[in-house]
Write a new protein. Structure first.
Length: 296
């Protein structure tokens, strides 16, 4: 099979249309369409269903896409390894982590890394879902909890503790809880029932010290840890937050300080084949040093 046609097929499958794929490949829509048609002729198989809203892969197209996607992912890894400099860390580095950690802990500290390594082209991808490192959706990851993805190098960074927090304005209006059962009469802000596995036990205030299937009813649900922080700062109620988000935050205070939620470890992980990459090593050392200096 012709590599140019396969590259075009992969772009079309990812983009869902000839037009968007052409924009990525710097080709006209007609050129992309001709390449796909030629590939279908070579394989004697229909690869896409055409409809008004775009393109959908056929069963044969799904089979080809799975293989091509894997091959292109491995080629990208090889390209990264071959172009890595032996002198000074440089090149693209894509870091994935959760919205809360990336927004409140990592980005405020990242200036030191950028200044130390100006030749590294850094991208931080904040998503609560776990991107697939093996498929090169990102180069490295900072995970909240033990990584579930196999075949990755794992380095423990530090422990993460969770507590309850609220704004002084809220506590002035509603009173300060003195024991956990007092939360029955307070407004609770939680992540919601669709919390991903990366945010384990994030809604523990709804269940702690309750029996059976009972649960407290939340005042509001926000499907984003950073959103919970902003809601608590705005005085909307009591929220369970990781301590790393609020260590230097004067807008909220800890509630029921002797009660601690679930603890977990933060991990830095990356594919085994990137172990000796200089930019990976540089970022790893940066995280280790920041973890040591952080008072948690």
């Amino acid at each position: 099979m012709d590599w140019d046609k396969l590259r075009t097929f992969h772009a079309v499958a990812e983009a869902g249309s000839f037009t968007h794929a052409g924009d990525q490949l710097h080709l006209s829509q007609s050129a992309v369409s001709r390449q796909i048609h030629a590939l279908e002729e070579d394989l004697k198989a229909t690869l896409f269903h055409r409809h008004a809203r775009g393109l959908l892969l056929t069963e044969q197209g799904e089979l080809l896409y799975g293989t091509v996607h894997d091959v292109f992912g491995k080629l990208a890894t090889v390209e990264t390894i071959l172009t890595d400099t032996r002198v000074r860390p440089s090149g693209e580095l894509r870091v994935t982590t959760t919205v809360g950690f990336g927004s409140t802990w990592l980005t405020p500290r990242i200036t030191r890394f950028i200044e130390a390594y100006p030749e590294i082209d850094l991208s931080i991808i904040c998503e609560d879902r776990e991107l697939d490192l093996g498929m090169r959706e990102a180069d490295v990851a900072i995970r909240m909890g033990m990584p579930t993805q196999p075949d990755v190098v794992k380095l423990r960074l530090f422990a993460v503790h969770t507590h309850l927090y609220a704004a002084p304005s809220y506590l002035a209006a509603r009173g300060t809880p003195e024991k956990f059962t007092d939360l029955d009469d307070h407004d609770l802000i939680v992540y919601g029932d669709l919390a991903p596995p990366t945010l384990r036990n994030v809604n523990w205030p709804l269940f702690m010290e309750l029996t059976g299937h009972d649960r407290r009813k939340p005042k509001m649900q926000v499907n984003n840890i950073y959103g919970l922080l902003l809601a608590a700062e705005a005085g909307l109620g009591v929220a369970a937050l990781p301590d790393y988000m609020v260590l230097d935050d004067a807008k909220i205070v800890r509630v029921l300080p002797d009660i601690q939620g679930p603890n977990f470890d933060a991990f830095f992980c990356y594919p085994e084949e990137l172990r000796n990459m200089k930019r990976i090593a540089a970022f790893r050392e940066f995280l280790v040093e920041e973890g040591r200096s952080w008072k948690y």
